[in-house]
Write a protein that binds this ligand. Sequence first.
Ligand code: ZN
Length: 371
Amino acid sequence: MRWQTSFLIVVAIVCCFDLRAQSSAPVSRHTENIVLITLDGVRWQEVFAGADSILLFDQSYYQDTAGARKQFWAPTPEERRNRLMPFFWNTMARQGQLYGNRLKGSRMNVSNLYWFSYPGYNEILSGYADERINSNDKKNNPNTTVLEFLNKQPALQGKVAVFSSWDVIEAAVNEERSGIYANSALEAIQPARTATDSLLNAMVSNVRSDFAGVRPDVLTYYAAWNHLRQHQPRVLFLSFDETDDLAHAGRYADHLRMLQTLDRLIGDLWQTLQSMPQYKDKTSFLITTDHGRGHTPKARWKDHGTKTPDSYQIWLAALGPDTPPSGEQSGGEVIFQHQVAATLARLLGYTFTCEHPVGAPIPTVSPFSGR
Ligand SMILES: [Zn+2]
């Protein structure tokens, strides 16, 4: 009898815990949609301290230094970063999290050996730094990405979309194998069903692009925006490019202007989604970069890669209903680019596993465990 009673008590307690575990997941986790955004070759130095005087006042980078000073300079890093990225600092920093300000001891690194674009995008998307991805050649990614993994989940099938300014991104997500809808570079929207589709196609075919084969980021944004309104994807990867091209071209003020524009577009996207019932309070943003760049003109600011010291240093911003609003991070353990993929999956309630090892989710970004 005593044995039976205690057995029943144990069963009751176990049931209780089990019920709590089952019911706590949907109650506490709100993310149903994810937007991953990458800003190519944007340094943590600009994100956290705004315009850099060493580059801004260098006439070899921009002739009108007086005009650039007027537009981007202010005495403190806080004022400068607010001026450069007002959405990041007024909304993301207050309601979300920002990692990578090394001046405050928050560090994020790429773990691949190369410190340039395709190895970085592979690491972000597959959660795995793969030595075989060692060039920017447009070769289909052999690794399963988190986007492909999510697209295989019954609830998300056909609801994953990719819009990128650079055409190599469609290889990085392996559009052919994964079956994910990827619209890259100068590719038209097909079939063009609406007047807006046709207008976007006309703009893409007639636009003067500064960089061969690259769609201007503003057009990539509106193509994605149009897709979002029509198809309401659950997972969207938005990959911008021009900031890196402008830096390679040594155009520092234009690089800052592009970054300011992207900050505005990200803010516009956030506001747009908050006005749509499917997305309002159910959408998380993760924003990061593929690599950093050098510190000064002499230390190869225009460039990145292993010959450019410290260009492995990157940053991450997160915003959404499941990310505690702890703002700008200071100190803490170093986090890595290969952790983004599993973090993204975990925000949606999944544990990302596939044929290769995957970096662990960042627990502070996504405190709820996957299923
Ligand atoms: Zn580059």
